[in-house]
Structure formats: structure tokens, C-alpha cells
Design a protein around this ligand. Structure first.
Ligand SMILES: Cc1cc2nc3c(=O)[nH]c(=O)nc-3n(C[C@H](O)[C@H](O)[C@H](O)COP(=O)(O)OP(=O)(O)OC[C@H]3O[C@@H](n4cnc5c(N)ncnc54)[C@H](O)[C@@H]3O)c2cc1C
Length: 388
């Protein structure tokens, strides 16, 4: 395996944590990867097992069952998730832990935390995040799903699409219009009356479940509002930074994993009396890719460090997501080529990686949107403040 550059951010405890995590994933995930992909479903008991180990609470305080570990533990966790090579599984876990329940932790009431955050950290409840809709994805201000006050409840109508954990999830952090112009975040139980879910068929991420969800007069207590009414857009925009950083960490480590698999194969496969690892054209291509991946990793780590310093990192997170997701695609494409026909066969993990990696430049904000944000900051001088 390629040994990455040493990094100043990880100490001996982080390293021990990495080793125990790797053992856990080797035992609890790797043997089932193909089965989960084929069944297009991941049994929820893996979340319970991860909850028991304390993995799902790394980034949350002890009072909710978390361990309040520093960000580098979460980075190690995400890197090892990515190294499983099973993007469907990484998506299920990262959406739950770093995207959906994060809002409840940041702005939810004590009661919401008790009811949803605590069981989610234990792995007893699976969470989804509902932003995208059939008619609006990139343009969050164009969302149509409505939550109207009716006595002590909200009445929710509308639909969401492409929702990870939407089919098998227990609850969703839902972005809804609470007035013509303002969005709010509301927690909705996914087994509530009026909720219907349709599982979507996808090109990749087969083990991850992705759903279209419709809400037909779904009644939700007003107390399920996260934070302040009308602040949803701002909560989302701020949390998108962490989401994009999470995506970047997993994309860059995913690319490292792809390179590792490829190097192993290059040493095994022979053509014209020598292994593929001896052909200079291939060696140089891989050398370039290793260099780009290492550069990207340092950029991602620096952004993580800025994040720990409480800096506003909108530009850096957008750059990291843009660059790493495009790089992961390039790496998968170049590497698959060297597997020849085997690369096109389902029995070879590179085949799955190739189709899984494609969505990276779309989900969580398309590359074009990342470029728009970077351009606004770098060219127009726009700046972003903190919401929480
Ligand atoms: C597998 C998967 C899982 C997902 N999981 C979730 C989830 O859990 N929760 C959730 O809320 N969403 C989820 N999404 C949705 C994802 O975030 C959206 O697909 C993404 O934000 C893009 O929105 P859209 O698909 O509506 O594309 P559109 O907004 O219709 O854009 C289509 C394309 O047009 C281009 N484009 C759009 N606007 C611009 C512009 N201003 N300038 C230049 N080009 C532009 C981009 O290339 C973009 O890809 C998921 C998507 C997928 C595929």
C-alpha cells in the first residue's frame, strides 16, 4: 500500500483509533460489501454496532452520548469509511452523522435532541436530510415544499427527491417554506401519516438507499422546528461547509484507495513478458496521480485545520469539494483503463468505484455551483459570516 506523507495533524491516539476502526470495518463491513450492493440495502444493525462503539458520536458532546473528540478523529473516521471502498455505506453513515443530525445538535431544542439526536448517536434511529426537490436542487431558494401553521402543528405538503437514507430512514431534517420567502428546518418522522417513499434506481452507490418522498398533509408538532422559524436557508448554507469538507475528505481518500488497488494489480498483471508496473507510460501516469492526490489531501487537511480554528471556510470548502471530486473521477477513469477488460467486470472493485465516483461532482452541490461560489468570493469580493 502507498504510504502517504506524514501529517502533523494526527497524533499517536489518532493512529490507534485508525487501527481499531480499520479492524472494525474489515470485520463488519468488508465481508458483506457485495451482498449489500446486490441487495441494494444495508442492514440497520451496522448502525447499532457503530453506535455501541461510539463512532456515531465522535463529533457530539458527552451529554448526548457522544465523545466530543477533536475534529481529527472525525477525519480519521471519514478516511477509514472511504477506505472501505463502499461508497454506498460511507454515504449512509456520513449523511446521518455529519449532515442530518448536525442541524438538530446545532440549533434544536433540548426535547428534539433527546428524541432524535441521542438515539441517532446510539445508532437506533437512522436520519436523512431533505433539501433537494424534483424541481429544485442547486437553487435552494426555489424549494416548494410548504409547512403551514395550523394550531400547534405544521401541515407539510410537497416532495423531496434524491434523499439518501430516505427509504429506510426513521426521520428527516426537512427544509420547508414557512412563508413565501423563508425556509425553515423541521424534523419529520418518516413513518408519519401522509409520508410516502419511493426507492430510486441509481447508476452507482447501490447499497445506499435514495428515495423520492412525498408529504401529503403531514402533521408535525410546532416543537419539531429546528432553531428559529425562517432561518433554515442560513442554517443550510452554513452547514454545507462541513458537508462539503466531509465530501472532500472521502473523495481524496477514496482516490488513494483506488490508486492502491491499481498498484497491486499492476504488479500482478503481465503483458509482453513484463508486469504492467514496468511500463513507463503507466508509471508516469500513476506518479502524476499520486502527486495530485497528495496535494489535494494537504489542501483538505489545511481546510480542516482552518475549520478547527473557527474560521469561515466557505471558499476553501468549495475549492476542496470541487477539486477532490473531479480528481476522484479522473483517478477512477485512468486507473480503470489499466485493468483492461477486467476493469469493466463487476467482480473487480474498480468497476464499482468508477460508477460510484461519478456522482461526486453533482451531489452536495455541483461543480458549477462550487465554481460560482469561489468566483463570487475571489472575483466579486463577496464575504460570508457565521450563522450559529
Ligand atoms: C445519489 C444522490 C444522493 C443525494 N442525496 C441527497 C440527500 O441526501 N439530500 C438532498 O437534499 N439531496 C441529495 N441529493 C441531491 C443533490 O444534492 C442534487 O442532485 C444536486 O444539488 C444538484 O441538484 P439537481 O440534481 O436538482 O440539479 P440541477 O439544479 O437541476 O442542476 C443540473 C446541472 O446544471 C448545472 N447547473 C445548475 N445550476 C447552475 C449554475 N448556476 N451555473 C452553471 N451550471 C449550473 C450543473 O451541472 C448541475 O449538475 C443527492 C443526489 C444524488 C444523485
Amino acid at each position: 500500500m502507498y504510504k502517504s506523507m506524514k501529517s502533523q495533524y494526527f497524533n499517536a491516539e489518532h493512529q490507534l483509533f485508525r487501527e481499531s476502526l480499520r479492524q472494525f470495518f474489515d470485520k463488519e463491513v468488508a465481508p458483506y460489501a457485495n451482498e449489500w450492493e446486490e441487495k441494494r440495502q444495508i442492514p440497520k444493525d451496522i448502525m447499532l454496532k457503530m453506535g455501541k462503539q461510539g463512532y456515531l458520536g465522535l463529533n457530539f458532546p458527552e451529554q448526548y452520548g457522544g465523545s466530543n473528540a477533536d475534529l481529527w478523529y472525525s477525519v480519521v473516521f471519514l478516511e477509514e469509511l472511504a477506505r472501505t471502498g463502499l461508497a454506498g455505506f460511507s454515504t449512509m453513515v456520513s449523511v446521518h452523522q455529519f449532515m442530518a443530525i448536525n442541524h438538530i445538535f446545532k440549533a434544536g431544542s433540548a426535547a428534539l435532541k433527546e428524541k432524535y439526536l441521542v438515539p441517532a448517536i446510539r445508532g437506533e434511529k437512522l436520519a436523512a436530510l431533505g433539501i433537494s426537490e424534483p424541481a429544485a436542487g442547486s437553487d435552494v431558494s426555489a424549494l416548494l415544499t410548504k409547512a403551514e401553521r395550523q394550531g400547534d402543528s405544521y401541515l407539510i405538503n410537497g416532495s423531496k427527491t434524491f434523499i439518501s437514507n430516505g427509504t429506510y430512514g426513521d426521520f428527516i431534517t426537512l427544509a420547508c417554506k414557512t412563508s413565501d420567502t423563508a425556509l425553515s428546518l423541521i424534523v419529520v418522522d418518516l413513518d408519519a401519516e401522509g409520508v410516502s417513499r419511493t426507492k430510486l434506481k441509481k447508476m452507482g452507490w447501490h447499497s445506499s438507499d435514495t428515495a423520492e418522498i412525498s408529504f401529503d398533509n403531514v402533521k408535525v408538532p410546532l416543537t419539531n422546528l429546528i432553531g428559529k422559524e425562517g432561518m433554515g436557508f442560513y442554517y443550510l448554507m452554513e452547514s454545507l461547509q462541513l458537508e462539503r469538507l466531509v465530501a472532500a475528505i472521502m473523495a481524496v481518500i477514496g482516490a488513494t484507495h483506488t490508486l492502491d488497488l491499481t498498484v497491486k494489480y499492476l504488479h500482478e498483471r503481465e503483458t509482453f513478458g513484463k508486469t504492467l508496473a514496468k511500463y513507463q507510460v503507466i508509471r508516469h501516469t500513476l506518479a502524476d496521480l499520486f502527486t495530485e492526490v497528495e496535494m489535494a489531501k494537504q489542501m483538505v487537511y489545511n481546510t480542516c485545520w482552518l475549520f478547527t480554528q473557527g474560521e469561515t471556510v466557505v471558499k476553501e470548502c468549495s475549492m476542496a469539494k470541487l477539486y477532490t471530486s473531479e480528481l476522484a473521477n479522473k483517478v477512477a477513469d485512468k486507473c480503470l483503463q489499466y485493468f483492461g477488460g477486467y476493469g469493466y467486470m463487476e467482480d473487480f472493485p474498480i468497476c464499482r468505484i468508477y460508477r460510484d465516483v461519478r456522482v461526486g461532482t453533482i451531489a452536495g452541490g455541483a461543480s458549477e455551483i462550487m465554481r460560482e461560489i469561489i468566483a463570487k468570493i475571489a472575483i466579486d469580493g463577496v464575504s460570508f459570516g457565521k450563522v450559529y
